[in-house]
Design a protein around this ligand. Structure first.
Ligand code: AMP
Ligand code: GLY
Length: 417
């Protein structure tokens, strides 16, 4: 089968890496891909958001199966357009991807279906938002309605910070139209866990749990990023908690989407907080997380293409998904300055001398001949698998020590909290 993966980050490198192990994948393409992905797939220079360009490419190649990984082409309806063109595609339709692309939508879905989450109110007028913040007081959380690369969230510990956040979203349009509407919600506490699940709209099968590290610096300091490192599974996610989540969150979410006429097929991402009153939803995403996917797929034993096809064909109940024992850890090496401004184009050295058991997923790299250069905020995801969390963390950091590029920044406390 000829398969196309849409996207070009570390997550897509991990997806291509897992698909490469499938004997049924003949030619593997990635659009646009990145420097590292060129090792295992043919990268084609089409942007993930170029819906017409991707559909045209898939039709003429021809491609038998397309996996759409990032949020924005999903929200733009790439899966819908591919299906119209007769091409099988993995990922939610636009009307279901809204669970990520609109927080106003997802919060209302949870409220109407009694799915546990933070209390909230949605606003489209600045004055009302400010009045609400003053009424509720701090700590309080301000979120832009739309997609903002995981950065449109401000956890404010005083009223002034919260008011400045709504002003920058609603007046200064820091996140463009994503901030025209805002959600203001209750501050929750507790460990955070991510659970991704495959669903075909009838069956929902959680993957192993994972934990992301969103802040740019050690001790969870500095601004939020797309994610600076992750490990899988999370020791906080016990079988008892998993059972509660299935009953109170996962199944109700799938059913609520069906009831709303927005059947969700693909990977649904549950960002959870294990609060003193039980697990609650922090956010939904309509796709694999990045970097969570890198450690998760490192532990997957089942053929990923088999799972993708079962989801698309609505027979997820017939497939047995197996995981290897142990823990996987991924350390993100980023460009100094990320998530704000940073320089690109620095040569990366040391990749060729890495021990064989360490896998480096490229996020933002470009390739010239056999040399790699930095080409994004998040550059590499250095990933190791071991029997225990501690051992996986140590081994992943061993890998980091081999790699050098100018202004490299990484956290030194991934998995060590
Ligand atoms: P989100 O993009 O919605 O996942 O938010 C980014 C991060 O902000 C989360 O991973 C949490 O650490 C934090 N956060 C979001 N919502 C809340 C909340 N209601 N209470 C406390 N922390 C939150
Ligand atoms: N790592 C968080 C995300 O993918 O949204």
């Amino acid at each position: 089968m000829n398969v196309l993966v849409v996207g070009g980050g570390g997550r897509e490198h991990a997806i291509c890496w897992a698909l490469r192990k499938s004997p049924r994948v003949e030619r593997l393409y990635c659009a646009p891909g990145n420097g590292g992905i060129t090792d295992i797939a043919e990268c084609v220079n089409i942007k993930a958001t170029d819906i017409d360009g991707i559909v045209r490419f898939a039709k003429t190649k021809p491609i038998d199966f397309v996996m759409v990984a990032p949020d924005d082409p999903l929200a733009l309806g790439l899966v819908d357009e591919l299906e119209k063109a007769g091409i099988r595609a993995f990922g939610p339709h636009a009307n279901a991807a809204i669970i990520e692309s609109s927080k106003v939508f997802s919060k209302l879905l949870m409220k109407e279906n009694n799915i546990p989450t933070a209390e909230y109110k949605a606003f489209s007028y600045l004055d009302d938002a400010i009045a609400y913040i003053k009424e509720k007081g701090a700590p309080i959380v301000v979120k832009a309605d739309g997609l903002a690369l995981g950065k449109g969230v401000v956890v404010a510990f005083d009223v002034e910070t919260a008011i400045n956040a709504v002003k920058s979203m609603m007046l200064e349009k820091k996140y463009g139209n994503s901030g025209s509407n805002v959600v203001i919600e209750e501050y929750m506490t507790g460990p955070e866990v991510t659970v991704l699940a495959f669903t075909d709209g009838k069956t929902i099968v959680p993957m192993l749990s994972s934990q992301d590290h969103k802040r740019v610096n050690d001790h969870d300091e500095g601004p939020n990023t797309g994610g600076m490192g992750a490990f899988c599974p999370s020791p906080n996610y016990t079988p008892e908690i998993a059972e509660i989540c299935m009953k109170t969150i996962f199944l109700p979410t799938m059913e609520a989407m069906n009831k709303a006429g927005r059947m969700f097929k693909g990977v649904i991402y549950f960002g959870l907080m294990l609060t003193p009153s039980g697990p609650r939803v922090v956010e939904y995403n309509a796709r694999f997380g990045d970097p969570e996917t890198q450690p998760i797929l490192s532990l997957l034993e089942t053929d990923l293409l088999d799972i993708f096809e079962a989801v698309v064909d609505g027979r997820l109940d017939q497939i047995d998904i197996k995981w290897r024992a142990g823990t996987a850890c991924c350390i993100v090496m980023a460009s100094g300055g990320y998530p704000e401004s940073y320089e690109k184009g620095f040569e990366i050295s040391g990749l060729e001398s890495l021990p064989k058991d360490i896998v480096v997923f490229h996020a933002g790299t470009a390739r010239k001949d056999s040399n790699f250069f930095t080409n994004g905020g998040r550059v590499l995801g250095v990933t190791a698998v071991a029997d225990t969390l501690d051992a996986a963390v140590v081994r992943a950091y061993d890998g980091v020590q081999y790699i050098r590029f100018q202004n490299a920044h990484y956290r030194t406390d991934i998995g060590r909290k």
